[in-house]
Design a protein around this ligand. Sequence first.
Ligand code: NAD
Length: 417
Amino acid sequence: MTENTTSLLDSVLNQLDTTAKMVELSPDIHEILRYPKRVLQVACPVKMDNGTVRVFTGYRVQHQDARGPYKGGIRYHPKVGLDEVTALAMLMTWKCAVVDIPYGGAKGGVVCDPDKLTLGEKEKVTRRYTSMISELIGPYKDVPAPDIATDPQTMAWIMDTYSQMKGYLIPEVVTGKPIDVGGSEGRVEATARGLIFCLNEAMKIRGYKPQGTTVVVQGTGNVGGNAATLLHQMGYRIVALSDSRSAIHNPKGIDPNKALTYKAEKGSFKGYPDAEQTTNEELLTTQCDILVPAAMENQITKTNANRIKARIVIEGANGPTTPEGNTIMESNGILVVPDILANAGGVVVSYLEWIQNLHREHWKAEEVNERLKEKMVKSFYDVIETTKKYDVDMRNAANALAVGRVSSALKLLGIWP
Ligand code: NAD
């Protein structure tokens, strides 16, 4: 589902302008926040397995660091572009502020089709890209993490490349690493778990109980796959699932463990025996109580928002809803829990991983999950309080809270020189 008339960057800037009016932001700070502080584009030459050389374009965009080092994932996708990475870097600034962790916002990306790279080629792309952005990143400067099509192994290569260049092991330069090289317990499922901690509170507000509540999940990677599995364990009924190539629907319920095992073996959900085939487009408007968009941006737009039947939409992906899509859903009485709050669990546990690395500690899973829960529940109610203060929906409230916090830091720091 796309509506390419509004780019993600347009949406993010429009939201900032709306928020600025709402919180009566100083025009100077508004102007500062409309731009990334630093943008780097790199051309990474890589010798492919067949002996030819290909040049991959990569980006690292740093939006704002008034509250702490830059933080943000690295995505591998054929459609990665500078505007998209800039928008995602801004979203990271707001996300870190909304959950009140001492980080700024950044994002990175490499234009490539990860499905067409061998493991060895992916490693070479990662290492060359890391070396070319190495001046910008660092434990107290900018700490990358996983995003679309990058995973703990990718993070281990980033850590190793950076460490080799500096001459000693520096695990705190990147988060989302495998546990054996400084990763945190609970990081892999952190975004999904954080989303569920928010959903639990949204369910209380609506007076719903998990047992039998129906859920549709778009995208079954790190965020969507883990969310579906955890929700199934909690008694929710998963009625539809998708990936980039296929989508399945069964109103009686789908066991995500079985469906994901099938997908891992066959490459997609095509031919899955215990459900009907559907499309990503139809999936979003399927009858359900909860919709979890956990794939890509710009999925819920003015074209399909009126047909969304869910009562709660909780955003696993970054920017899955356009501003028009959001307005339509809100006017239809749907509770929309926005991305910068709902999917912040990943960056919260990244922050916990960074603290563990800086102190050379390793915490138990229970401790990590408990701290995550505390952060997510507090942030959820901080946003609810802000909805009351400004009489707005959760998206506008989350943005108001975040922009207010960043603005306060910027004011206190002043402008140098
Ligand atoms: P992933 O690569 O692990 O999974 C992405 C999933 O989306 C895959 O199942 C893929 O097949 C599917 N997909 C891709 N294009 C699609 C399309 N057009 N229609 C339907 N499905 C499609 O990525 P991820 O880490 O799970 O990230 C998913 C979203 O969540 C992204 O927007 C990402 O920025 C956001 N996010 C991720 C994290 C994290 O910790 N991984 C944290 C916060 C936000």
